[in-house]
Design a protein. Structure first.
Lengths: 456, 467
């Protein structure tokens, strides 16, 4: 179907949340080391099927793209399929598919990734392809113009020609954050996407697409020792690059509620999005916050779903998450807990907010039940397994843990902090973070319109 | 947290950049799944396949008689509404109790209905498989369709369809199904508001009693399971489900198209044209299944396909052009499509047709054919490595009454195809001469680009003909 190649901020990896009743410990084999040029390498053998995933994750995403160049990190991702010294334009796709595989790339807040899944006896081909473009990307005016057109169509199909225009991401982030690196539109304004120059592309490549800013992850039916030799052969001579100082991603504390009203030319029904700033991943409050998100909006048993969709019959749906577009581990900068709901005509955003707040008030006064917390942990564990089921999902987690924590072995103990969360911590997290002054609310309503009778 | 790094102590400059792709290593064993088929006394077919990649279990229960065609004269859309409300209450469990039970077993359970069956897809941690089977059995046998849940589902379904009518993707698919399948039940996408509102709890209960029956159903279980133990659990959970009379197949023969026609859904304000082009193709069991599947891979069904190279990588008209071969019990459809900015609507139609006709008139190259074969067989292995992928593949064998060796035969059947096979099916089924051209866009902005391609009927987003 459409939209499966070179996606931007996909909603694939909703890992969710939580812990264990009596789970067997995970025992995923992880080999981790660094080449002298700084490239991080993760190898995880898995012999259940004759397939392998080869992935490269670069430590750069929307947040680090240049000012005046919104959407550039994603445009650059497209350029990585336009050829390198020994691979002609678009032939990366040809090599992978003609060898029985599939491929994609994705740009996110804090990383950009490239991956292929193939029969495992083709593992060296995947490694070679990734090394060739890391070392010697071929950049031409003609290909840049071509991909500016392609990306413009991507933005049209996924944002500009759609009802709601992805407001639960783009508008919510623009309003919830004040630091440009966090707040700007990562899909990009068409004018800025099309203003990018070949010099921009060269400079971004040299700055960020260096072995010392990346992790190479190989998961599947392979021999780790053989793979090490292949990695050495193809990646070891790619030179290190000096890294610029990291941009300041810090965000001032929010002190006042933000409320925004928008009208929508294309939508037929009103919708609401809310975002609450959440604590950083290394905060002791973080695991409790993750479980709180589960309890509030994880599935149809959750408190907000039950209140809004079932009891009060105010909204048609409810979706969201702690990191709506990824998981708890695949980002580094400031993050918001997102909620999105389409509400019924004849009602108002205030009615919806009032019920959401009433649910929060119950949590902050009475807390959660032991059963609810235990179930949230089980659900979290089950969702983690869903991600670990595929080579691609496992490669994603290993890469994020290597990239952001320099410790992919953590994959085997990921559940522990969530397992240890107590009901008191969940209650405290609700009281501390789910306050109106910490949130942004966007109410998006259909523009009053009469349907013109076409062709008359 | 710190970890110990094993740094490899080689010198970094020992190897120069390799100029040619490394050859494949020795082929690895395929590890084809071990599949066990059994039957319960009530006629339920049970198929089990261990795949212990994670400690979970994935289950698909398929009611083969509950289709879009079932009971459609009296109650159009009833199969779809029944599927959406069946897990909102049983004789002994409320909706909320069902959702809470799922939460406590790390589970999911949802139903959906299409032209050939209704399916219940479910999963849970494997340690809770008996509780999952109990819940599935309860939903299959005793859905109670509480009045308040039916009413809420009716209201919400109507609103969701209204919301969908703002989405060009929804509109183009809906009009395409109607254009290709005419009045056949396969043209059904969503029920109209009147039909939804007219349904009662008694209608839904009668529907389920008649069509959710074990002797026209199959249950596929894949995951971290022991076959004998799991089968015993299933026998316990589903053994008391009573068989019924298998209703006759209510699907009529499928109409054929006799001319090219444009179906334009006007969506004023659109900045893109959403384009689907296609025609009726073959049933799932047809001998040409593998040939048309492979022709599709070469045409537009893979990233390095002809269509993508042309209108994306060469011309920059679009982001994600595609083609699909959809095969169902009675027939199928082939479709090509792209979402493009208004200015290149006509040029895109031209290129889609050019590439279709090229497939019909000239043979594909050996290189293309071999690549497509590798693509199919390699990605088939990836599909079989996921619990839901394997369960889905097994389930279709029973839904469409395919050869039981379908999975093992997949590779040799694909590998035996020739360029002549591909050209023959393309000539027949990529039928540009009688194609349906469906476009959702702004008529005033693109009409001059569209009209050279055929006669036009214009619709509004509600499906009314306006011109």
């Amino acid at each position: 179907m459409r939209r499966y190649f070179v996606t931007c901020l996909s909603v694939l990896l909703l890992i969710a949340n939580v812990s264990y009743s009596h789970a067997k410990p995970l025992n995923i084999p992880v080999v981790y080391y660094k080449l002298p040029n700084g490239l991080k390498v993760v190898i995880s053998e898995d012999h259940i099927a004759p397939v392998v995933t080869v992935a490269v994750y670069y430590n750069v995403g929307f947040r680090l793209e240049p000012k005046g160049r919104t959407g550039f990190a994603h445009l650059f991702e497209h350029m990585m399929f336009q050829g390198s010294a020994n691979v002609k334009k678009f032939e990366h796709a040809k090599y992978v598919e003609a060898n029985g595989g599939s491929l994609n790339g994705h740009t996110d807040f804090d990383y950009t990734n490239y991956y292929q899944t193939m029969p495992s006896n083709r593992v060296e081909l995947g490694i070679w392809l990734e090394s060739d473009r890391m070392r010697s990307l071929d950049i031409s005016e003609e290909n840049l113009k071509n991909q500016q057109n392609v990306v413009s169509e991507e933005v049209r199909v996924n944002v500009l020609n759609q009802p709601y225009q992805f407001f639960e991401w783009i508008s919510l982030w623009e309003n919830a954050f004040t630091n440009w690196n966090n707040s700007h539109n990562g899909y990009g304004e068409l004018s800025e996407i099309n203003a990018a120059t070949i010099e921009d592309v060269r400079s971004f490549f040299k700055t960020y697409y260096a072995p010392n800013n990346a992790v190479l992850t190989i998961v599947g039916d392979v021999d780790a020792n053989e793979v090490k030799k292949m990695v050495e052969k193809h990646f070891a001579s790619i030179p290190t690059q000096p890294m610029p100082p990291r941009a300041d991603l810090t965000e001032p504390a929010q002190t006042k509620e933000k409320r925004v009203s928008q009208t929508d030319k294309l939508a037929n029904l009103p919708a609401l999005a809310t975002g609450y700033h959440i604590p950083p991943q290394n905060s002791p409050d973080f695991p409790a916050m993750a479980l709180l998100v589960q309890i509030l909006q994880g599935g149809e048993s959750s408190r907000w779903y039950q209140r809004l969709v079932k009891e009060k019959e105010l909204t048609l749906d409810l979706s969201g998450g702690l990191n709506y577009f990824g998981n708890e581990f695949d980002y580094t900068g400031p993050m918001i807990m997102t909620t999105r709901t389409t509400y019924k005509p004849g009602h108002t955003a205030d009615e919806v907010i009032k019920e959401m707040d009433a649910v929060i008030a119950e949590l902050t006064s009475k807390g959660v039940t032991d059963k609810e917390l235990a179930d949230a942990k089980i659900r979290y564990r089950s969702n983690l397994y869903d991600q670990l089921e595929s080579g691609q999902g496992k490669a994603h987690l290993l890469s994020a843990l290597a990239l952001f924590r320099d410790d992919p072995q953590q994959i085997n103990s990921l559940l522990t902090p969530f397992e240890n969360v107590t009901a008191a911590q969940v209650k405290a997290a609700a009281a501390k973070y789910l306050v109106a002054t910490n949130r942004t609310v966007i109410d998006r309503t259909p523009e009053a319109k009469q349907q013109p009778k076409s062709g008359q | 947290m710190k970890t110990i790094l094993a740094i490899i102590l080689f010198t970094a400059t020992a190897f120069a950049q390799q100029k040619t792709p490394p050859p494949p290593g020795a082929a690895r064993p395929l590890n084809l799944p071990k599949i066990t088929e059994k039957k319960l006394a009530n006629g339920l077919t049970v198929v089990l396949a261990p795949l212990p990649n994670v400690p979970k279990v994935t289950v698909i229960l398929t009611f083969r008689s509950a289709t879009t065609a079932s009971d459609r004269e009296a109650h159009p859309g009833i199969a779809q509404v029944a599927a959406s409300v069946a897990n909102e209450g049983t004789d002994t469990r409320s909706s909320k109790q069902i959702k809470e039970e799922l939460r406590s077993i790390g589970g999911t359970l949802g139903l959906g209905s299409d032209a050939d069956s209704t399916t219940m897809n479910a999963s849970s941690l494997s340690e809770f498989s008996t509780r999952l089977f109990d819940l599935m059995s309860d939903v299959a046998q005793h859905p109670s369709f509480p009045d308040d849940e039916v009413k809420l589902a009716q209201e919400n379904t109507i609103q969701q369809i209204r919301a969908g009518r703002a989405d060009p993707g929804f509109l183009v698919n809906e009009r395409f199904q109607k254009a290709v399948f005419g009045n056949h039940p396969y043209s059904f996408v969503v029920p109209d508001e009147k039909s939804i509102s007219a349904l009662t709890r008694n209608d839904l209960r009668a529907f389920v009693t008649k069509y959710y029956i074990p002797n026209a159903s199959h249950l596929v279980v894949v995951g971290d399971i022991d076959v004998d133990k799991t089968f015993a659990e299933i026998e316990k959970a589903f053994g008391s489900w009573k068989g019924g009379t298998v209703p006759p197949d209510e699907n009529p023969p499928v109409p054929t198209r006799d001319k090219r026609q444009i179906y334009f859904v006007n969506r004023p304000g659109s900045i893109q044209s959403a384009i689907y082009i296609g025609n009726v193709s073959i049933p799932r069991k047809d001998k040409d299944y593998f040939a048309i599947r492979t022709a599709n891979t070469i045409y537009g069904g893979s990233f390095y396909s002809r269509l993508t190279r042309n209108i994306r990588e060469s011309k920059g008209y679009t982001y994600s052009p595609f083609s699909n071969s959809n095969t169902q019990a009675k027939t199928g459809s082939f479709q090509a499509g792209a979402f493009v900015r208004n200015e290149v609507t006509g040029p895109t139609l031209l290129e889609i047709f050019y590439e279709l006709d090229r497939m019909r008139v000239l043979p594909v190259t050996d290189e293309e054919l071999n690549a497509a074969k590798e693509f199919s067989t390699g990605n088939f292995s990836v599909e079989l490595a996921s619990q839901f992928g394997l369960a889905g593949r097994i389930s279709t064998i029973y839904t469409y009454d395919l050869d039981k060796n379908f999975i093992n035969d997949f590779r040799p059947k694909v590998e035996s195809l020739t360029a002549a096979d591909i050209q023959r099916v393309a000539a027949k089924y990529f039928d540009t001469y009688r194609a349906a051209i469906v476009i959702v866009g702004d008529w005033e902005k693109v009409k001059d680009q569209v009209t050279p391609f055929g006669d036009v009927t214009i619709y509004d987003s509600e499906g009314n003909v306006v011109k």
